[in-house]
Design a protein around this ligand. Sequence first.
Ligand code: MN
Length: 295
Amino acid sequence: MDKIKTTHAVIGDGLTIRRALPSARRRMVGAWCFLDQAGPTRFPDGQGLHVSPHPHIGLQTFTWMMEGELLHRDSLGSEQLVRPGQVNLMTAGRGIVHTEDTVRDGAAFHAAQLWIALPEAQRRIEPMFQHYPDLPSLQAGGFNLTLLVGDLLGLHSPVAVHSPLLGADIQAAASATLELPLNAAFEHAVLVLEGEASVGGEMVSPGTLLYFDVGQKRLQLKCGAAARLLLLGGAPFGENVLLWWNFVARSQQELEVAVSDWNAGRHFGRVPGATQPPLKAPNLNGLHLKTEHQA
Ligand code: MN
């Protein structure tokens, strides 16, 4: 087990978020290669989250909405509001552009934004967008568990991914205890989103990601009061993955091409009706990126 402190980052017009992945200690959990927790918060009157047009390659963006609403628009012409309990899944593949906006200023907001690295065979597929308005859930031991991705406790998530993966939202309104069976071939991580809980015997609160290596067969969850957890898992990815800005690739050269294509207005297309100017990709400037290998 490893305890990893989250870092902070600023997104949109100034929303401070907790970033759990990637971190210096842990780049990926299975194919999960990015995890931001935005909120829970309430925007001041007249303010919301507005993320200008930006591209992605080589990944799926996975948005899990817990409070508030977010409007997704992309270069395929998709336009989809995601509400609490729903998932937006955008498969970037060879390239896509999107915007994300809250629709009511001054509203409550809590979301997890994750990226899923696409395996070599799928990382250049045609882009697509899927919305999942309903996810399977069950109650056990005082917890309400919503299965986001994969299979757990007899539930199966409809969310379409390209590698063996698990994601679950686990929430209790009061004290609760649950022992979850885990796939021992997966590595796992738990992020406490709200409250405080004992996870595998370790007390954790928001700001810490607990990582469990492969070989773990079960996980004990306990809380004494209201708490909310995010459980992630997956087969170790086993491919060298490079992240730069909003791009996931395998080589520095691929990243440089993506940066120059985007900044020159080539290849990616545009979001119909978007009024904000596109974000500019930062140049690599000869930076030597360390290749991360998870196997
Ligand atoms: Mn994005």
